[in-house]
Each structure stands twice: as structure tokens, then as C-alpha cells.
Design a binder for this molecule. Sequence first.
Ligand code: HEC
Length: 123
Amino acid sequence: MRKFFLVAALSAAAFPALAAAASNVRNFAAAASPAPSAAATVAPSPAASTLAGNAADGKIVFDTNCASCHGANAEGGYGPSIRGIDASIVTYTVRNPSARMGKIPLTDQQLADVAAYVSSLSP
Ligand code: HEC
């Protein structure tokens, strides 16, 4: 009886500390490896690939968000030429950019439009 009481008291005292330690380990693991979770949240949106893109609207999206790196006519600059590149590659790359390109927060419609514009250019 007395021994049982002691064990129960010790467990109660120890458990919060163990729980805190366990959650610190989890938080550390999450902070140490942001890449997999970031990749999971920027998976290509099915909506963007099924939306019809408007190339004229896409030129405006391009001028505002892409021209600074890819050149005024997508001929390349800091980033490579992307003239005539397949729309699905544009969609995939914008949702899964390299570190040098970085994330560009476009709506699915803006992305479909810019993909239509870029893919319409003669290479
Ligand atoms: C900060 C500069 C920057 C901006 C802004 C940027 N890009 Fe890029 N982009 C790059 C770089 C650099 C690469 C090449 C990948 C690398 O070297 O990491 C690239 C690669 C690409 C590729 C892949 C090319 C290939 O041959 O596979 C596509 C497609 C692309 N970008 C489209 C876009 C579109 C569309 C936008 C605008 C919505 C955009 N980028 C905005 C820098 C940029």
C-alpha cells in the first residue's frame, strides 16, 4: 500500500516533465527539417492545371512577377530563358521552386494565365 502510493506520486511528478521533454523533441525535429513539410504544402494544385489560362492576362502576371529574373521577354537573365516552355513545367516550377527562384504566391488562375503566356512564346 505504501509502496503503491510512492510510485503513484513519483509518476505524477515525473510525467509532466517527460511530456514536456517529448514535445520539445518533436518541435526540434520539426524545426530541424522544414523541407519535407514545406514540400508537402506546395504540392502542385490540380486546380491550376485544369483551369484554362488566358495568355493576355498571363503577360501582366509575367511582367509583375517573373520578368525581373527571366527577362522582359522571358529570354533569360538571372533565371534561364523560359520562352515556349511547356505550361505544365511552368505550373510545377512555380509551385515547387528552387531556392534561387523562391516561392511566388500566385493564385491558381494567375498561374494558369502565366503558364499560357510563357508556353505561347516562340522558343
Ligand atoms: C528571384 C528570381 C526569379 C523569379 C522572380 C522567377 N524565377 Fe523562375 N527561375 C529562376 C531561376 C534562378 C531558375 C533556374 C532554377 C535554378 O537555377 O535554381 C528558374 C527556373 C524557372 C523555370 C524552369 C526552367 C526550366 O528550364 O526548367 C520556370 C518554368 C520558371 N522559372 C518560371 C517562372 C515564372 C512563371 C515566374 C513568375 C511567376 C518565375 N519563374 C519567377 C528565378 C526566378
